[in-house]
Design a protein around this ligand. Structure first.
Ligand code: QAP
Ligand code: CO
Length: 168
């Protein structure tokens, strides 16, 4: 297991559209374990493969308080069940230090493959529904800052570019 490097906004690699996983293999499971370790180390509640520069349709989540409920979604397909939008102050491991309000559908159904390649479907609401939609956006090259005004997004970009220069 390993903690992987997380790409940070405005890295253009975060704009890559991820490709479906055609076969769930031991390599896929090793990547899942590394992504969970990376997410827990951060700490975070969700991580998409895109964020660790792997452009495959895979994401991990754990919204429990004690890291006790890891969830894995391979090739996730979302159906909106309740189009009524809810607001939440979202953050992102690729946009460290910033939290902004985003509106999304409150309830979704997701079909995906699990870590053994078995298909499953579940309904999600609350934080789980928000987090899943946020992570699926990553697989499509989209970030939560894309929902903000240009002014807010540019402020965030400038601050992160400065942080990144200072670290380099
Ligand atoms: C996505 O985000 C999410 O800025 C997961 O300095 C977040 O795990 C979905 C994090 C909120 C729905 C609601 C962010 C850690 C973690 C930071 C995360 C930071 C350290 C973000
Ligand atoms: Co994110």
């Amino acid at each position: 297991m390993a903690v992987l490097e997380i790409l940070e906004f405005p890295d253009s690699r975060l704009r890559t559209e991820a490709k479906p996983i055609t076969e769930v293999t031991a390599d896929t499971r090793a990547l899942i374990d590394d992504m969970l370790e990376t997410m827990y180390a951060a700490p975070g509640i969700g991580l998409a493969a895109t964020q660790v520069n792997v452009h495959q349709r895979l994401l991990v989540m754990d919204i429990s308080d004690d890291k006790s409920a890891p969830q894995v979604f391979i090739n996730p397909q979302i159906t909106i069940l309740d189009p009524e939008q809810g607001e939440y102050d979202e953050g992102c491991l690729s946009v460290p230090g910033f939290y902004e309000t985003v509106s999304r559908p409150r309830e979704v159904e997701v079909s995906a493959l699990d870590r053994n390649g078995e298909p499953f479907t579940c309904r999600l609401d609350g934080l789980a529904a928000i987090c899943l939609q946020h992570e699926v956006d990553h697989l499509n090259g989209k970030l939560f800052v894309d929902y903000l005004s240009t002014l807010k997004r540019q402020r965030i970009r400038k601050k992160l570019e400065k942080d990144q220069r200072q670290r380099a």
